[in-house]
Design a protein around this ligand. Sequence first.
Ligand SMILES: [Zn+2]
Length: 447
Amino acid sequence: MKLQSHKMKVSIDEEPSHLEPFKHFFEQLDSEGITIEKLPRPRIEDYQLKAINATLAHTWNGNEYYRSKLEEAGFAESRIDSLEQLASVPLLKKDVIRGDKTKILSVDPKQIGQVHLTSGTSGKPIYTAYTLADQYVYDLLPKYLELFKETEVDIAAIALPYEFALPGLGFQRLFQFAFGTAVLSLGKGGYMAPVDKSLELMKEYQATVLATTPSYAALLVEESEKYGIRIGEDIRLKKIWLTGEGCSSTFRDRLEKWWGCEVSFFYGSTECGGIGVECSEHKGYHVMEGHVKVEIIDPGTEKPIPYGKTGEIIVTTLLREGMPMLRYQSGDIGYLQEARCACGNTMDVLHLRGRKENMMHLNGEDYSPFLLEHFLMEIPDVGMWYYFKLNNGELKIEAEPFRTKLNDEQLAEKIRKHMSDRIGINCQVEIRHDIPRTFGKATRVIN
Ligand SMILES: [Zn+2]
């Protein structure tokens, strides 16, 4: 009788997968000494078309919901002939999968290696099931050596949630298995993860990289003073990766100054995994085109819109067995650009404008909260903690002062004038000294 083998061995090495051919594609790139980052566009697009067709066939055979939707849309077989035809694949809406753990599950439930949940504050969660091969083989196939400079000499502190959602464990696997980097799993906000211990551990092990959210990067640096830990001396980072909340470039500039290192953005989601990474030029996210195909649609007509036009970000995963996402409506707003980046990467560039529900309707126009934050953060007397509130179409800003000689009234006037001069928005301002710090996702916009 054959003994039951090690679980990982069975699932990863012996299970047949529709993704098998892509192992060879990425091995071929390795042998050419190139990554997908700098491939000529036709080769990227040829790979993406093949990966989408493999995913369409996999879901057609393995998932009733996807198959019925494709048939309703007129598909007689599970393939498209060009990337433009992807637009004929039905969109996947959040509400369809909310609270339903099998709707788009495309493998035998016995193959599930891990389940993650979205951190949505309202309603039922979105469950995302990954096979072990998704996590440990296919997610690691595309390499982005230009975008990530981390190596085995780095020590990466991961101050992201490890519970429920993907970020903590996702970054952990990336650092450990893609770069060979040692990891300090700090977590964020959990009961085992107080700020002082997190800073102590970073100091003790001389962390060189930190992955966290914008608000938590600000909180850590604020709190370090309290615990007598000197940023730049006791903790000397080379790099911070920010993810989870999104923020403006001026917020980033402040963090760079405080931490004394480069700060870059990473865009991903629990449902789709990694989507975009900033290069050293800091001019948008290069789409991780080995992992995902990104489209932008007009939120009204739901038709794809061209480069340069702002709309909703639609994501199709390319290397997933468990729960592939076919044209998933992310709820995020942004626009795409053809890569003409000084870094030489050929992967499209995505500009993120924030969550659809956080767009602020002012003076008949939609404003991204990142844009408003950008202007607010231009005022050095304003701290990192603030709220934007909409009252009957009028903007109210609640902000904290930061190392300023101005009294509250003078600061409020300064903010009012600055916002009016810079974007022509009249707003109410309240200076507060008690905005609560959060270990969770920072809420900046209250509609
Ligand atoms: Zn670039």
